[in-house]
Design a protein around this ligand. Sequence first.
Ligand SMILES: O=P(O)(O)OC[C@H]1O[C@H](OP(=O)(O)OP(=O)(O)O)[C@H](O)[C@@H]1O
Ligand code: HPA
Ligand SMILES: [Mg+2]
Length: 167
Amino acid sequence: MDRLPHEKGFHVSWDQLHRDARALAWRLQDQGAGEGGWRAVVAITRGGMAPAMIVSRELDIRTVDTISVKSYNHQTQAEPQIIKSPDMDVVGDGTGVLIVDDLVDTGKTLEVVRAAMPKAHVATVYAKPQGKPQVDTFVTEVSQDTWIFFPWDMALQYVKPYHGADD
Ligand SMILES: O=P(O)(O)OC[C@H]1O[C@H](OP(=O)(O)OP(=O)(O)O)[C@H](O)[C@@H]1O
Ligand code: HPA
Ligand SMILES: [Mg+2]
């Protein structure tokens, strides 16, 4: 795993994720949910759960559900499948529902999720150009050839000082 098929890495700390997810919540607040307000948050597991917690806390939304979509095995993508749905009695067609994920890459995951809740508002913290059309609100765009590393996939580790890097 130390050699990746992507040219660039964008490493996100917990602190950065917290700030960016808060910024997402503030944007969503400014946009408003329309008449009934945001009724519920649906997190796309697993990456959407941390941002969804932060967004639902900021916007004081207490109804939080999950949808599980399996598509990647490490960095290889297969056809996405819903393996767990949210409570459809609560989310209905998606009106007043905020779907939250950590990022959109190709947009395939969101395509499947949107089909299940066509009227929901889709929000991600990060977005790549190919998947951007699937998202209503996001915070930061990175290039398509960037791999985003999230804090739950990383660990603090020793690095050699710059001076001795080639020794
Ligand atoms: O726009 P796409 O190309 O569909 O990719 C984006 C999705 O891929 C990752 O999830 P993944 O399926 O790896 O599962 P995880 O959240 O459990 O890590 C990421 O968290 C998004 O949900
Ligand atoms: O850039 C990424 N980072 C982490 N998970 C992902 N799943 C699709 N693209 C990415
Ligand atoms: Mg995910």
